[in-house]
Design a protein around this ligand. Sequence first.
Ligand code: ADP
Length: 955
Amino acid sequence: MAQDLVLKQRSEILCGLCSSGSSEPLERVLDVLLARGEFSWEDYLNVRVQGRPLHANARYLLDLVYAKGEAACQALTEAIRQVRPESPGLVTGTLLTQRPGLVEELQGCVDGALEVLLESGCFTHEDCGDVRLPLHTPAQQARRLLDHVSSKGESAANVVLRYVEQKQQQGCNLTAEKTTPKELLIYQKKLRSSVSAQSVFLSTYGGTDHMSLDDIYTQGQLELAYDCKDQTHLDLEDIVGPPGTTNEEADTVLVSGDAGSGKSTLLQRLHLLWARGTSLPEFVLLFPFSCRKLNSELNELSVQELLFRHCCWPDRNQDEIFRFILDHPHLVVITFDGLDELKQSFSDERRICCPTQPAPVHELLFNLLQGSLLKGVRKVVTSRPEAVGSTLRKHLRKELFLKGFSPDGINCFVKKQHSDLSVASKVLASIQANTALLGLCHSPVLCWIVSQCHKELLGCGDGTPQTITDVYLMILQHFLQHQSPSKSSASTSWIQEHLVGILHLGQLAFQGVEASCFVFDGADLETCCVTDKEICAGFLTQSKEMSHHQSLRYEFLHVTMQCFFAALYIVLSNNADRSTIAKLFELKAAGFSSSCFGPCLSPDLQQGLSESPNLQIAATFVSGLLSQRHRHLWLHCTTTSTVERKARQVVRCLHKGMQKHFKSIPQPVEGEKKSMHAMPGFVWLIKCIYEMRESNMAREVLSKLEVDHLKMTYCNIGPVECTALAYVLQHLRNPVGIELDNNSVGDVGVEQLLPCLHICKSLYLRNNNITDEGLRKLMAKGIQCDNFQKIALFNNRLTDACTQHIFHLLKTKQNFLSLRLGNNNITSEGAKLLAKGLELNHSLKHLGLWGNKIGDSGAEAIAGALEGSKTLVWLSLVGNGVGSAGARALATMLESGTSLEELWLTENCITREGVECLVQAMECNTCIKSVWLRNNPLSPEEVEEMTQRESRLIF
Ligand code: ADP
């Protein structure tokens, strides 16, 4: 049957695999087939032919699977469903092919399945009634359910298939349910429905336009904080699951990410799926909290009161339910969104262990996180990295980073936003055409704004947004004009027309940012004179409350929106204190506020840092709003002299901030290069300069920077930061080494860096998610840059396809010195092309290929190309599956009288025979200083003997 499906749905499957233009879906399907043993390594390589068009590879896959028969086809359809759940036709096809099994599974849980379908919006109450008709047997009910699902299409089919899968995996949960007291199940039902009601919609347009989370949710890039090579793709379930656990004793999982990276939405998704029973089935109860809302709880509470009052009130048997939680902590999960928005910084000084002892809410929270309260209950907390210090880190079970959308994610999100495909394609085309904007769209909140403002975006010709401020100005205009279409004439700008409202909201935002207040009640609005009309403009949204507050409360659409309004207030208000700007920039100019530097800080310094991320964002917006390009907007809103004074003040602050950094650069140790280890605060200042778009200032500031090497590792640098870095660093007077290891540069970031490549001597991009496409752009530009001589690309996503670009570089650039490509996916094919480049190159000194798969034939090609080389001094082929044939070729290379001094062959499969050749070759080679052969299959006796014969061999 599945074989039939693969045949009949061929074109749909092809479309599902190839329509994004990326090879990722195909690759992931292949991963699944390999992992399940349906495909041999040879099959895999036959499908994944580099250089062959994606469609041709996908077709070959289908042919091969079809030829293998029913089981392989079955595995394929399941793999596609896993990888591309939205693939047209496939999912409903699966319903047909797996019908007997599904009927069997569903008959015991028709009610549960109906509930899930109802909640997902796929089924109506009538549908459910129709399936449940009591005259049918359970098996008949299951069949009717499947019939209805088939007629509803793909998303319904997906919901039901996922539900059945969960049920199958749920052995432990079912036992939990069986042993769970009845009163608890009643409470669970109430909790599920209230969590579901809170999470089913994503509130966007000021409460007027609710979007279903199912319709819009797009998976973001979730990564483990500590490198875990086997774990490339993480699902929601993995947040609480075992991958990446570093401290088994601790209960708390931290998901960290920048403002707008999607942390709240991720938790919301997790809550919704739990409420539906489709995710985290092993947890019987889930309690969701928002830290910003907890700020307003001024009473002392016990942990029992906290759970029940703030999340869901048990109508009866309160004590039994709480006892269940205490007795079964492993069945309970608590989530805290936005720890960075809590007024108090984390501290573990005051211990509370008694669950009935009342305490201020933040103390309860800290004790929950460190496990003194409700030990064993899993806690998930989200935060911006800046707010997480070493004290909290000690108590973490594991940490994950949320890094916004991938390029595929951006595509998918925009398509979900616009049901009209032609609009979606236009928006995407306009994003793709402007790489600065593409960089910005990696942040979900910016991607959301950009696709909301598609009319403005498509109508603005060449002036598409380049900076974060541009994007927020676009949504400001969009909302204001949406509310009351512009009456502005030549003499009044749209800002002027809405100035009063902007100032009211601005004041609210500004005071909130200063006081770490993000939820506002009627009195707050009144103090700032915010009117009903201004509330409806769309920037404020009604606060979703789990517990029932009597009065309505409001929040800004997003914290970055609040920061933007605070910045507008600082720029436009005549009431803002003159020292405001100075205070804003003085703040963290020294740049302590980073996750990686957090641990070095004293607790005192960490105290009070929690508010700084918002002030930093506001400062970035102030820089953007005061840029020359936007000055015309403020005409007639405030005096020109005031705006100019404020702009001068910002420029002065940025100068001062940079100088402080430069002064902190230590003098180099003799013989070493002068190196600056940049703090994230430095990156923030650079971003402010970029927002201001003051290239003169960039030039002037950088004229005072004299370093040879700029180190910016672990600084959370993504494409947006790369745009700003290139904008500023291109003004450096002398060429430098730029070290960006362990960031999230990606292909888009690489493209953004190109404008500063001419002042870059060496570029370090280890561990940055760069693919062949990014490398292609880098090489094309690198060839034109005289100064560019070294590149390190360890641990990226490069394959053989990248070697053609490297070939070109080696051939053309006869002053290139160092090429490090370790831990990528280069095979013998790639090595052969590299070898051709090496033959034509007469400058390269270092070549690192550690941890690829070039094998014997690759080593032979490289050795052949390096025969007689007069420049190469260091070669690493560690961990490449090189055997004695490769070693023999390398021996011949050594005999040819090369300049090579160090040869690294550790962790290969070189036997005695290969070592013998190397020993003989070294007899007549005085240049070579060491050949590393550790971890090759040699006996201790062989090692002993060879060491005696040749002391330069290192085992
Ligand atoms: P954070 O909590 O990290 O500040 P949010 O989760 O509030 O970020 O995201 C901001 C906005 O970005 C959301 O309101 C939503 O519009 C959009 N967004 C974030 N993540 C996603 C996602 N995974 N899918 C769809 N939209 C998202």
